[in-house]
Design a protein around this ligand. Structure first.
Ligand code: 0RQ
Length: 502
């Protein structure tokens, strides 16, 4: 087998996770690799968590500020949260312990658009980056690194951190070399240049990450799998939503608003996105492309089936079974998949130029089309906005998708007013539930309300929503652009917060 570390200087820095973790100090801001459970460090964070617990046992403060690409795995967020080792966290999370700590007010969580974090760190908004902990598939001479199953913000962490710790994971195929496109043309304003990317699979960068070998303080060897991202099987509700969405795409092709092979697809994570991708495997569209964030099982299946020509993303997010198969057959995917930095995979300029079709989940939408993707009752964080805003605002066409009810039918996903807005009425184009689809393009608020209520709301809630909208209209003769009854607008959530049905 090919050696994983061919640089003699960096080979001499191989050490244990425990010794490497000693390089991280209380109060440090640490940039770690990892995006949707792929490519995160597997060993150093656990050793760090042990140090933190020992410090806490000795009565000392020890917490870090943790930045990543997106969600990681239990070996990062889980172990560090259980050790109460995280003071601040950005930009996305999915770990249950960490989520509880954020919602208990113990951890400060900065919920950030995924394309924004790298530049915000470059701008100095997050202070100094002390340490980078980055997983790679191999270390080549002269500080060239073969990335693993995600690129995320690794370029920025390696560029900006004072001290660098590398984890070389032998579970990741050595043959990852050639799957990445790391753009080194970023500048700070006012020196920015146009990003010359015109095709989803176009290369604009390097196949390698670069690191100044003098900054590398430790190298750790690991052999551990990425997180197992498995989905529940596609149920009837998801299938219905996928059906509405795919019919809508057909309609747009017939109307001449979309080419026959559609435009590059972005699909978020979760069961609905998974069902849509499964639905596309059965549909007639050929030669599709994807300009997205994550490559989940069903996106890879579309590539296998020949329906999809290529995928640009920043990360994989596969089930364990699918990851094993991919790793075993990796050569056959070379040239059809590119992993970019998340600044580029989610870049507004590129998403707008390519005309991406964006498909993302939501918690709820209100009758005027504002969408809440993150905070139950306006205060309890679920995961974060992720890349949904990067894509939705700049997409050619965007969809927000959710079952029409939650919690066993007691809560409506269509509400009079959302208590937290992630995507405003100005950004949201098409809403989809299992009930139907509401095309909000080129509509004013009252038309939007009629379409959303009649096409998307569950029949159990439809009459009350219509009644709310009618009364709001009648009671506000001089405020009818988007009429509300403020004393009532959030009453549905007040009931939900008290544990009662909406
Ligand atoms: O909570 O498990 O405690 O019951 O929200 O909901 O139905 O499992 O749906 O997995 O599709 O997630 C918006 C969270 C949907 C996701 C969201 C509760 C529900 C459950 C999850 P429980 P489901 P999904 C690219 C795109 C933002 C990031 C993004 C998301 C939990 O899509 O995180 O788009 N989006 N990234 O019970 C109260 C409601 C509710 C509700 C659902 N109306 N009221 N609770 N829930 N609807 C990928 C990345 O960026 C990395």
């Amino acid at each position: 087998p090919m050696s994983r570390i061919t640089d003699p200087v960096l080979a001499s820095k191989v050490t244990t996770p425990e010794r490497a973790a000693e390089l991280i100090r209380p109060g440090d801001t640490v940039g770690m690799s990892g995006f949707t459970g792929a490519g995160y460090p597997k060993a150093v964070p656990s050793a760090l968590a042990e140090r933190i617990e020992a410090a806490h046992d000795a009565g000392e403060d020890f917490r870090i500020n943790l930045l990543t690409g997106a969600s990681t795995g239990d070996e990062v967020d889980g172990v560090l949260a259980r050790a109460h080792g995280i003071a601040k966290r950005a930009p996305f999370l999915s770990d249950p312990t960490l989520r509880r700590q954020v919602n208990a007010g113990e951890v400060e969580y900065t919920d950030t658009h995924l394309s924004h974090l790298a530049q915000q760190v470059w701008f100095g908004f997050h202070g100094k980056l002390d340490v980078a902990v980055v997983e790679v598939a191999a270390i080549l001479p002269n500080g060239l690194l073969v990335p693993s199953s995600s690129v995320g913000n690794n370029k920025t962490w390696l560029d900006l951190a004072d001290r660098v710790i590398l984890e070389v994971n032998e579970w990741q195929p050595r043959a990852y070399e050639g799957f990445h496109d790391v753009y080194y043309g970023t500048r700070r304003p006012p020196y920015r240049m146009p990003i010359e990317l015109r095709d989803p699979l176009q290369r604009i960068g390097d196949p390698y990450l670069r690191v100044d070998p003098a900054k590398v303080a430790a190298v750790v060897r690991t052999n551990a799998p990425d997180r197992d991202n498995s989905f529940s099987p596609v149920d009837q509700t998801s299938q219905d939503m996928a059906g509405h969405l795919i019919d809508f795409l057909r309609h747009e092709v017939r109307a001449g608003r979309l080419p026959e092979n559609l435009l590059p697809l972005q699909a978020g994570v979760g069961n609905v996105a998974n069902a849509v991708l499964a639905g596309l495997a059965e549909a007639e569209f050929e030669h599709m492309t994807s300009y997205t964030e994550v490559i989940q099982d069903n996106l890879l299946a579309l590539l296998d089936s020949g329906k999809l020509d290529s995928i640009s993303a920043t990360s994989f997010s596969l089930s364990r079974e699918r990851a094993k198969q991919f790793n075993a057959e990796i050569e056959k995917y070379k040239g059809r998949i590119l992993l970019r930095t998340q600044e580029m995979s989610n870049h507004p300029e590129i998403v707008r130029r390519l005309g991406v079709i964006a498909i993302n989940g939501m918690v709820e939408a209100d009758i005027y089309g504002h969408v809440n993707s993150t905070e139950v009752n306006g205060s309890t964080m679920i995961n974060g906005i992720g890349g949904s805003g990067d894509f939705a605002r700049n997409a050619y066409l965007n969809f927000f998708v959710s079952p029409s009810t939650a919690k066993g039918g007691s809560l409506s996903s269509i509400v009079p007013m959302v208590p937290h807005v992630d995507h405003t009425e100005h950004d949201v184009q098409v809403l989809v539930t299992e009930q139907g689809i509401a095309d909000l393009r080129a509509t004013a608020p009252n038309e939007r309300a009629r379409r959303i209520i009649s096409h998307c709301a569950h029949p159990d809630f439809r009459d009350r929503l219509l009644d709310y909208h009618d009364r709001a209209w009648r009671e506000n003769p001089t405020a009818r652009h988007a009429p509300h009854i403020l004393a009532e607008a959030l009453s549905w959530h007040q009931r939900a917060q008290a544990g009662r049905p909406m």
